[in-house]
Design a protein around this ligand. Structure first.
Ligand code: KIV
Ligand code: ZN
Length: 520
């Protein structure tokens, strides 16, 4: 069914997820191919309608990621982004070729400031490029989306002419992005009403919202755009994206579900997967989710004050507008210990939304047992850290084998580290100004590299002094930065894991990390 036919179904809103494109574009959120595949599979399973998998012309890695995602996604449409040039469009067409439902998403700037300074083109020239680009894309795929970049700062007459021309050339979705996060709900709602009224062929396309969060209004603006007649929302998990991010998928979906009286739309999202998706994206990008983040923040369903707790005990609806279960937060997070067996662990993983292969399960179970030996209570968060970290590092070429650190009041502190580098084990000892410094110096001695440490952050996965530490490390090299996490009950081991995960990510991005060590 084409998107235009689908629109006739009453008030269905299509969820277009751009975590893997606009989300991945923000500094430090780089994902490896395996990570992108994991995210795409989860988005598909949770009912996302369109997955924007990347910007194929940007690099060979981006092209490969879009092409691989196109092969594995079963239900969703897979979109590849392209500027208006033919090379971009052809590359996007090639990347999505194997998708069950391929889409090319092509865009060009239409605002005076972008046309004058960025494109250095006259409006008439831009209009001709709109027609040519959409026509080119339409020759490759049936499903073509056209976006007017900086749409909310575009002059209305010109916007309407471009939209009409794009639809005439074959675009089936028209996206009017608030590229710089400048609009406000009333204005954005009115913009969609105006375009839909004034453009004679507007009934032949689905209109789409795409909001950035520079003024903190991305979700409110997106919902207002729906009220103005848009029926596709472009958004990202956890709201990650350029600068202040994009509209958060989980917030839009739960606003529609919880306030269906005022947002009478329907999405196909299985909301019980939202927490899982949030955690996966946070793990693979290593972007922490703020504690008070709506829907998926750690505190989103926590009631601390006495008055609130009292109200909750009397009736949950006193302070809860949606249930934790509806977004996939399990009722109790205290789960298991060292006496828990295989079956209980398997059931727990299933309940948490994991689908592991037999080998992955055996590996996870072994590591769960090791953790349970060291930690009295194993919580859901511990299991998540343990499984997600393994999934994220499954293809790493540099792995930590062992680490011993001598710390204390008398320096210098010393770290002895053993690594497995592409199957060869190597050991090194290093000193440092503190145990973390010594640990990182040992890595530098074993894997010489130019990358600069931009961020080092530690937090506890759960409560208690035996809690696992989760460490985030950001490394930058050659103008690119990657962030990675590592978890372990030992903070120094977690630090080493996080640093190595970041190095592996840089390496996967084709950076030149020299792991020139002879095998011992
Ligand atoms: O924000 C924006 O304008 C975009 C376009 C490429 C759709 O991301
Ligand atoms: Zn954007």
């Amino acid at each position: 069914m084409s998107p235009v036919d689908q629109r006739s179904k009453k008030d269905r809103v299509f969820i277009f997820d751009t975590t893997l494109r606009d989300g991945e574009q923000c500094p430090g959120a780089t994902m490896t191919l395996e990570e992108k595949l994991q995210v795409a599979e989860l988005l598909d399973a949770m009912g996302v309608d369109i997955i924007e998998a990347g910007f194929p012309i940007a690099s060979n890695g981006d092209f490969e990621a879009v092409a691989e995602i196109a092969k594995v996604v079963r239900n969703a449409t897979v979109a590849g982004l392209a500027r208006a040039g033919f090379a971009d469009i052809d590359r996007a067409g090639e990347a999505v070729r194997q998708a069950k439902r391929p889409r090319i998403h092509t865009f060009i700037s239409t605002s005076p400031v972008h046309m004058k300074y960025k494109l250095q083109k006259e409006p008439e020239e831009v209009l001709q490029m709109v027609i040519a680009s959409v026509t080119r894309a339409r020759n490759l795929v049936e499903d073509v989306e056209w976006s007017c970049e900086d749409g909310t700062r575009t002059e209305h007459d010109f916007l309407c002419r471009c939209v009409e021309a794009a639809i005439k050339a074959g675009a089936t979705t028209i996206n009017i992005p608030d590229t710089v996060g400048y609009t406000a709900p009333d204005e954005y709602r009115a913009l969609f009403r105006m375009v839909r009224e004034r453009v004679p062929n507007s009934d032949k396309a689905i209109f789409s919202v795409h909001c950035h969060n520079d003024l903190g209004m991305a979700v409110a603006n997106s919902l207002a755009g729906l009220e103005g007649g848009a029926r596709q929302v472009e958004c990202t998990i956890n709201g990650i994206g350029e600068r202040a991010g994009n509209a958060a998928l989980e917030e839009i979906v739960m606003a529609i579900k919880t306030r269906n009286d005022i947002f009478p739309y329907e999405t196909r999202i299985d909301t019980t997967q939202l927490t899982r998706a949030s955690k996966l994206v946070s793990t693979v990008t290593s972007f922490p989710v703020q504690y008070n983040k709506a829907i998926v923040g750690r505190n989103a369903f926590a009631h601390e004050s006495g008055i609130h707790q009292d109200g909750m005990l009397k009736h949950t609806q006193t302070y809860e507008i949606m249930t934790p279960e509806s977004v996939g937060v399990s009722k109790t997070s205290l789960v298991m210990g060292k006496h828990s067996g295989r079956n209980a662990f398997r059931a727990k993983l299933e309940e948490m939304g994991y689908r592991l292969s037999n080998n992955q399960f055996e590996d996870a179970f072994q590591r769960f047992k090791d953790l349970a030996d060291r930690k009295k209570h194993v919580y859901d968060e511990d299991i998540e850290a343990l499984v997600d970290e393994r999934l994220a590092t499954a293809h790493d070429r540099i792995k930590l084998v062992s680490l011993t650190v001598i710390a204390g009041t008398r320096g210098p502190q010393r770290a002895t580290m053993r690594l497995d580098i592409e199957g060869h084990q190597v050991t090194e000892e290093a000193e440092g100004n503190g145990p973390v410094d010594a640990t990182f110096n040992a890595i530098k001695a074993l894997v010489p590299h130019e990358a600069v440490l931009e961020l080092y952050q530690v937090h506890a996965v759960t409560e208690g002094t035996d809690a696992q530490a989760e460490v985030s490390v950001r490394l930058a090299a050659d103008g690119r930065s990657v962030t990675a996490r590592g978890a372990d009950p030992d903070t120094l081991v977690a630090s080493a894991k996080a640093y190595l995960a970041a190095l592996n990510k840089l390496r996967a991005r084709g950076e030149r990390i020299h792991a020139q060590h002879a095998a011992e």
